[in-house]
Design a protein around this ligand. Structure first.
Ligand code: G6P
Length: 611
């Protein structure tokens, strides 16, 4: 979704904001803009990437020590210069940026129109700004008071940051449902949607909570609730290095993140998986061990790639822990009045920790008494703060819009949780338990082996890059991998791709098979191996092209398939962590071959903070 950056302090604001917007561009990239306040308030906006804005500003007066910037992912109104943020109030005194959606903007707009306001954009943001401006002008109150009054009437999600010509050294920000981090420097403050624009200046940050208002001057940060009571800001230290958010020699963030996986999985296992003592140490699990192991059922709630991690985990938890598991799309779960009992455990899976649907889904389940356990990548994120307990995935910042390393880290964490619970419950025998610990331990090294075959996968990608459709098939643990493979391909290459359980293919998708259709089988050795070979034969008999992810030494499929991508032999429970790697590389190289922007695919956003 949209990204926001703001600065107040002794530095020139524009370069800080511009750099921050580039770091946040993964959140939205259909238009961008800045507002800078020195002698006068200047607002510049442009449709397109942040680089287009930058180019359009060459030679302009950009001097200011306070400013706000925005990169947009359109919700209300098409991507255009006029709909880009910041917006300006009718009085001309205020400029505002906004991330989120004002749901009742239609009603507010009508009220303002009745009062004679006109609108220069189609956005909900401009409506909120006029509303705040109107309250301040008519009630002769402070901007802070006007914001409080306005926000009490607003429904929806927002982070707003406002610049005011009447207080030229002050930014006012407010949040409900969308993320906001404030970086504390020496006599300066940085505001952003996440820590990536802040990290190179300071590691001291405050995460603003819902219904809080921040009044920020160069050397002062005041936090209040909407009832005007002062709150004590909770200053945290960022555990992140600048190098983690830069490309480090790779052509794209996505490729860098695919190649980081041996390290990220290792980091995720490190300090938790102790082969010598046969223990898994996870404090979040230990603190709630009784509730977790005695859960009536576990409900995995997530969206996108994280939902696929939940599907893999369903197979693992049911197999190892004998606890019934359901996997829910957060967007459906939150609206369909689900039955939740006290003994239920919700596992919320999210890379960003900010996905609006997942956040609201767990808030609802929490109200009904469920234990909320987060499997999250971003420390201090909204879902982390809403959960009772959790385990971080430690994959580091993921910038490429299509999730890669976060997925494998999610699988590593979920597998460890399942193993720990199974051990506690006594639903796994010692031999299998210890075998699976070793299997998990070996995953980073095996991922490295797969990455060494990148050139082969690149060639396969180029061979099939012009296909119009793809079908991805898998069984058991490999079925969610097939879904993830198809999702990666459509995200990155815009090729239509569907994932299916291999046997279910007979109930529809087989009608699509002809000599032009590449069918990707995730067919490593597991309990279903013979069955998936039969499915492959069914495709070959109809002249479909077969690409298969296979275990090392699988001669049968090597002879049968048009192309193979080989992965090291492993237990089926940990196989998805390996098998997804060729899927990621295949999608990546097809996208690159087609000349597409793989890090920022059209219409997609990294952090979906609107429903
Ligand atoms: C967006 C991203 C996906 C991601 C999904 C869920 O659609 O583009 O890559 O899987 O959101 O995000 P989350 O941060 O909750 O894992």
């Amino acid at each position: 979704m949209c990204g926001i950056v703001a600065y107040v302090g002794p530095k020139e604001a524009y370069p800080v904001i511009l750099k921050g917007l580039k770091r946040l561009e993964y959140r939205g990239y259909d238009s961008a803009g800045v507002a800078l306040l020195s002698d006068e308030l200047k607002v510049y906006k442009k449709k397109g990437m942040v680089a287009d804005l930058e180019e359009s500003l060459v030679g302009k007066d950009l001097h200011a020590h306070i400013g706000i910037g925005h990169t947009r992912w359109a919700t209300h109104g098409e991507p255009s210069d006029r709909n880009a943020h910041p917006h300006r109030s009718a009085s001309g005194k205020l400029a505002m940026i906004h991330n989120g959606i004002i749901e009742n903007y239609g009603q507010l707009k009508q009220e303002l129109a009745n009062k004679g306001y006109s609108f220069s954009s189609d956005t909900d943001t401009e409506v909120l700004l006029h509303f705040i401006d109107d309250i301040r002008e008519n009630n002769h109150c402070t901007l802070e008071e006007a914001i409080r009054i306005a926000l009490r009437r607003v429904t929806g999600a927002y982070v707003i940051v406002i610049l005011d010509t009447e207080s030229p050294d002050t930014l006012i920000a407010a949040r409900k449902g969308s993320p906001l981090v404030i970086g504390i420097g020496k006599g300066e403050h940085y505001l952003a949607s996440d820590a990536s624009p802040i990290i190179e200046y300071t590691k001291e940050v405050v995460y603003v909570n819902d219904y809080e208002l921040a009044i920020i001057k160069p050397d002062e940060l005041i936090l209040k609730n909407l009832g005007n009571e002062k709150l004590t800001p909770y200053v945290q230290k960022l555990d992140m290095e600048l190098a983690a958010i830069e490309k480090g020699g790779y052509e794209h963030f996505m490729l860098k993140e695919i190649f980081e996986q041996p390290h990220t999985i290792y980091d995720c296992l490190r300090g938790r998986l102790d082969i010598s003592s046969g223990k898994i140490l996870m404090s979040g699990v230990e603190q709630h061990i009784e509730q977790l192991k005695n859960a009536n059922r576990i409900i995995m709630v997530a969206c996108g790639t994280s939902w696929h991690a939940g599907l893999v985990a369903e197979y693992i938890f049911e197999e190892l822990c004998r606890i019934p598991v359901e996997v829910e799309y957060a967007s459906e779960f939150r609206y369909r009045n689900p039955v939740i009992h006290k003994g239920d455990v919700i596992i919320a899976i999210s890379q960003s920790g900010e996905t609006a649907d997942t956040l609201v889904a767990i808030e609802k389940a929490k109200e009904q008494g469920a234990l909320i356990f987060g499997v999250l990548n971003v420390v201090g994120s909204s879902i982390a703060r809403t959960s009772h307990a959790g385990a971080y995935t430690h994959a580091g910042p993921e910038i490429g819009v299509a999730s890669t390393k976060a997925f494998t880290a999610q699988l590593a964490v979920l597998t460890m949780i399942a193993l720990k619970l199974a051990k506690e419950k006594g639903t796994i025998d010692e031999k299998r338990y210890l075998h699976l610990l070793t299997e998990l331990h070996d995953i980073p090294e095996k991922v490295q082996v797969i990455l060494e075959q990148t050139e082969n996968i690149k060639k396969i990608a180029e061979k099939y890059a012009d296909a119009r459709d793809f079908l991805y098939l898998g069984r058991g643990y490999n079925f969610p991998v097939a879904l993830e493979g198809a999702l990666k391909l459509k995200e990155i290459s815009y090729i239509h791709a569907e994932g299916y359980p291999a046997a279910e293919m007979k109930h529809g998708p087989i009608a699509l098979v002809d000599e032009t259709l590449p069918v990707v089988f995730v067919a490593t050795r597991d309990a279903y191996h013979e069955k998936i070979i039969s499915n492959m034969q069914e495709i070959k008999a109809r002249k479909g092209m077969v690409l298969a992810v296979i275990s090392e030494g699988d001669e049968t499929i090597t002879k049968m398939a048009d192309d193979v991508m080989v992965v090291p032999v492993c237990d089926e429970i940990v196989a998805p962590m390996l098998n997804v790697i060729p899927m990621q590389l295949l999608a990546y190289y097809i996208g690159v071959y087609k000349g597409l922007n793989v890090d920022k695919p059209r219409n997609l956003a990294k952090s979906v903070t609107v429903e």
